[in-house]
Design a protein around this ligand. Structure first.
Ligand code: GDD
Ligand code: MN
Length: 360
C-alpha cells in the first residue's frame, strides 16, 4: 500500500533537512511520497524543499493563503497513495513511528493515531497551562461529539488513514484540528491509537495562537450540529415546545370555553400534545428510523412520555420539599430532566436505530 505523507509548513526551513532524512530513513522499505505544503514562508522553506527534491521522493505545493488544516486538505487532494498521513515538520512528531502506524492500517484500522493520551504516551516540556488547554480542548470534543468518545486523542496532529474514508466527504478545514474533522465527518469504524511522546521543539517556533483556539471552538460547534444526536435533540426540543402550545391551548379551550373541570381538562390536553408530538417526531425528528408498526411506536412514545411526566413531577416535588428554590424554577428543572428522559428513551427505544448488518 502506497503512503502519501503530508507535511504542512510555515517557517520551518531549519527543520526540513532533518525531517526529510529521518522520514526517509524510517520508510526505507516502504513505498511513499512526501508532500510538503508551504504557505509562502518568508524564511525560505520552499527553496530548501526544492533543493532536496532531486534526492528524495518529495513534492512541494506552494499556496498563497495561510492555514494548517486547509494546507493539509490541499495535500490530501494531491496525494496518490492509498494511505494518507499527516506529520508536523518541526519533529515534535517522531517520524520513526510511521511504520508502526502503517502496520495498524495494514491490520485493518481505518485510522491510526499517534496518541498522547493512551498509556505510554505523553508530552515533553509543556507548561502546565498548555497541558490544561490541551486536556480541556479534548474534553470539549468528547462532550460535544459523542461518536468520538472512544478516541483518546482526537486532536493529535500525527496520524495515518485510508484514503477511501474521506472520498466523497466534504471536509471543512478550519484552524488546526484536521484529525477531528476526518474522524467526525467520515464516521470511521476502526481507530487504532499508538502511544507516543510529543517532544520538545528544537528549532523554530509554534504558530499556535488565540485565533486557532477560537477556530477550534467554531469547528466543534459546526461538527456537533452535524452529529445525529444533537440534530435530533434540537428537533425533539422544538417539537416539545410545539407540544407545550397544544397542551396549554387545549387546556384553556376545554376549561374556559367548553366548561370542563380543570381537573379533567388536562388529561385530554396532555394526551393530545403527546399525540401531536409523536406525529411530528415520527415525520421529522426520527424520519430515518421508522421501523415496523406506527401504532407500536405510538404506544412506546406514550409510555415513555407518561414516565417522563412522572419524573418531571418527582423532580419538581423533591426540589420544593427539600430546598427553598421557587416552585416555577423547580418546574423548569423538572421539565429539563423529563425532557432528557423523554429524548433518551425515544432515541434508544421508541425509534431505535437498527444495527448495521455485517452482511448488508
Ligand atoms: N502550510 C502551513 N500553513 N503550515 C502551518 C501553518 C500554516 O498556516 N501553521 C502551522 N503550520 C505547520 C507548522 O510549520 C508545523 O509543521 C505544523 O503545522 C504544526 O505547527 P505548530 O505551530 O508547531 O503546532 P503545535 O506544535 O503547537 O501543535 C501541533 O501538535 C499538536 C499535537 O499533535 C499541531 O499539529 C496540533 O494540531 C496538535 O494537536
Ligand atoms: Mn509544533
Amino acid at each position: 500500500m502506497q503512503l502519501s505523507l503530508i507535511v504542512p509548513t510555515y517557517n520551518e526551513k531549519e527543520n526540513i533537512l532533518p525531517l526529510v532524512e529521518r522520514v526517509h530513513h524510517s520508510l526505507s522499505s516502504i513505498d511513499y511520497e512526501l508532500i510538503i505544503v508551504d504557505d509562502g514562508s518568508p524564511d525560505g522553506t520552499a527553496e530548501e524543499v526544492k533543493r532536496l527534491s532531486s534526492t528524495y521522493p518529495l513534492r512541494l505545493i506552494e499556496r498563497k493563503e495561510r492555514g494548517l488544516a486547509s494546507a493539509v486538505v490541499r495535500g490530501f487532494e494531491e496525494a496518490q497513495g492509498e494511505a494518507l498521513g499527516v506529520i508536523d515538520a518541526d519533529l515534535q512528531h517522531p517520524p520513526e513511528m510511521i511504520p508502526q502506524l502503517l502496520a495498524e492500517i495494514d491490520k485493518g484500522a481505518d485510522v491510526a493515531i499517534a496518541s498522547r493520551y493512551v498509556a505510554g504516551g505523553g508530552v515533553e516540556d509543556w507548561a502546565a497551562s498548555r497541558k490544561i488547554i490541551s486536556k480541556g480542548a479534548t474534553l470539549i470534543a468528547h462532550l460535544s461529539l459523542p461518536s468520538l468518545r472512544k478516541v483518546k486523542d482526537p486532536l493529535s496532529g500525527f496520524f495515518l488513514f485510508r484514503k477511501k474514508i474521506v472520498e466523497g466527504i466534504n471536509l471543512e478545514p478550519r484552524g488546526y484540528k484536521i484529525l477531528l474533522e476526518v474522524l467526525a465527518r467520515s464516521k470511521v469504524q476502526g481507530v487504532a491509537e499508538v502511544p507516543y511522546t510529543f517532544t520538545k521543539r528544537e528549532r523554530g517556533k509554534s504558530k499556535i495562537s488565540l485565533k486557532e483556539e477560537i477556530d477550534y471552538l467554531r469547528q466543534v460547534v459546526a461538527l456537533a450540529l452535524s452529529e445525529d444526536l444533537w440534530r435530533k435533540a434540537i428537533k425533539f426540543g422544538l417539537v416539545g415546545i410545539s407540544g407545550i402550545g397544544v397542551n396549554e391551548g387545549l387546556l384553556f379551550l376545554l376549561t374556559d370555553t367548553v366548561g370542563l373541570s380543570e381537573y379533567i381538562s388536562p388529561i385530554p390536553s396532555i394526551e393530545a400534545s403527546i399525540i401531536t408530538n409523536f406525529m411530528l417526531n415520527d415525520l421529522w425528528t426520527f424520519s430515518d428510523r421508522r421501523e415496523g408498526s406506527w401504532l407500536r411506536r405510538l404506544a412506546k412514545f406514550n409510555l415513555t412520555m407518561a414516565a417522563g411526566a412522572g419524573i418531571t413531577y418527582g423532580v419538581y416535588s423533591l426540589i420544593i420539599s427539600l430546598t427553598s428554590i421557587p416552585y416555577l424554577i423547580a418546574m423548569l428543572l423538572g421539565i429539563v430532566v423529563g425532557f432528557v428522559w423523554n429524548f433518551t428513551l425515544s432515541f434508544i427505544w421508541t425509534w431505535r436505530k437498527r444495527p448495521i448488518r455485517k452482511d448488508a
